[in-house]
Design a protein around this ligand. Structure first.
Ligand code: 57M
Length: 358
């Protein structure tokens, strides 16, 4: 909004020229979202506690019993920070910004309904798996149908490391893109089982994608790096900046020992929008590296469930997702979290290095 209001006045007030720069606005979107979440956080957590929006804790992992009553739905706080920061700092004539917000809010609503049923209605399981999946597919599908309308829309798939490999998926691209978004949202959700475990790698992924969208939207850099050029995509860096800022502000309170959990409203919206940013900027497969930790956590569940069924009751891990396995081996929670963060930074750096390798 500031860009749309103030940049046109830059010929009269020279300083307003600074609003032209995506990097400047991305940094300030980050700072704005960070300050909002940190400052509003204490009142919001008190509010959740007053409403008794406490997380129901399962008994399977004993160490988690002390977390009983920790308020959840902290994703609403992040959502507020992201929305204010993006509306303030982004170019509101950019269609990709609105599409990113649509996905962020849409997945958030699916998560909110789930949280509401679990926490407020005390409906133990929340939304049924089928209803949740249908909601996710509906949001992802709607966003894809709107994305198809964009002139730069491309059904090719870019492979990291192999720049010559650029197959056209045609109509198959649509279900593929929906799968990427739904998979990413569920991956973040499954990872969200220890304090700061999901938000740390989400912040790293958001920062990494800020770089990817910026270069994808920059005609010269994209040409130099020989990656797909998507006009207007650079603006999405403002969205990524806001996501990183809100994530850092939330981490302030979600850091071990957590004062608040993000809930499905947080995990689904973050995961879904990271997936969509990857799709829009033609980095669908890079997401597997950037979000490698979410992929590994998801794979651990698939393997565990599959092996359990196949062998009639045997397990590969002490418990899935993988973080529970390490917990049950006696590794302290804070150590597991920090190590997972280190791995996510390593993966992000590897993903960034592919920019040069293609
Ligand atoms: C969400 N939610 C946390 C919190 C958070 C198929 C199966 C593998 C599914 C999986 C599952 O349900 N995963 C989805 C996991 C829960 O956190 C809430 O949920 C929100 C995210 N959706 O924001 O509101 C608990 O996680 C802990 N937590 C923290 N700090 C945080 O910052 O400590 C969360 C955030 C919280 C808190 O204890 O209550 C969750 O784990 O429920 N199911 C599982 O993960 C279960 N695994 C399992 O059953 N494994 C089996 C089979 C089926 C694969 C096996 O290995 O044999 C575990 N869930 C729990 N305990 N609670 C089992 C152990």
């Amino acid at each position: 909004m500031l860009y749309n209001l103030l940049y046109p006045l830059s010929s009269e007030v020279g300083i307003f020229n600074v609003f032209r720069y995506i990097t400047f606005r991305s940094v300030w979107a980050l700072v704005t979202a960070l300050l909002i979440t940190i400052l509003v956080g204490p009142a919001f957590i008190r509010f959740l506690k007053r409403l008794k929006f406490g997380q129901v804790i399962h008994e399977d992992v004993e160490a988690h019993m002390q977390k009983a009553g920790t308020p959840t739905m902290g994703g609403l706080l992040m959502g507020f920070g992201v929305l204010v920061a993006v509306l303030l700092w982004a170019d509101l004539t950019n269609v990709y910004i609105w599409l990113a917000l649509l996905v962020f809010v849409g997945f958030g609503i699916v998560g909110l309904v789930d949280d509401w049923l679990k926490v407020v209605k005390k409906h133990n399981k929340g939304l049924s798996a089928r209803a949740k999946f249908a909601g996710q597919v509906l949001v992802a599908g709607t966003a894809m149908f709107l994305l198809i309308e964009q002139p730069a829309f491309d059904t090719h798939l870019a492979f990291p490391f192999f720049k010559a490999l650029y197959p056209d998926l045609g109509w198959f691209y649509l279900p593929f893109a929906v799968l990427v978004m739904v998979g990413a949202s569920n991956g973040v959700n499954l990872t969200d089982g220890l304090d700061g475990l999901a938000i740390g790698p989400s912040i790293v992924a958001g920062a990494c994608f800020a770089v990817f969208v910026y270069v994808a939207g920059h005609v010269e850099i994209a040409k130099y790096l020989r990656i797909a050029y998507v006009p207007g995509m650079g603006e999405v860096a403002v969205f990524c900046g806001a996501l990183v800022g809100a994530g850092l502000g939330f981490l302030w309170y979600n850091a071990y020992p957590a004062q608040v959990f993000m809930g499905d409203v947080g995990s689904l919206s973050i995961g879904g929008s990271l997936g969509f940013v990857a799709v829009m900027s033609k980095n669908e497969l890079i997401l597997v590296i950037v979000g490698g930790l979410f992929v590994v956590e998801t794979l651990s569940v698939i393997l565990q469930v599959g092996y359990f069924k196949f062998t009639g009751g045997k397990r590969i891990f002490r418990m899935a997702p993988l973080h529970h396995h390490f917990e049950l081996k006696g590794i302290p929670e804070s150590k597991i979290i920090t190590r997972f963060w280190i791995l996510s930074i390593l993966l992000a750096l590897m993903a960034l290095s592919t920019l040069k390798l293609r």
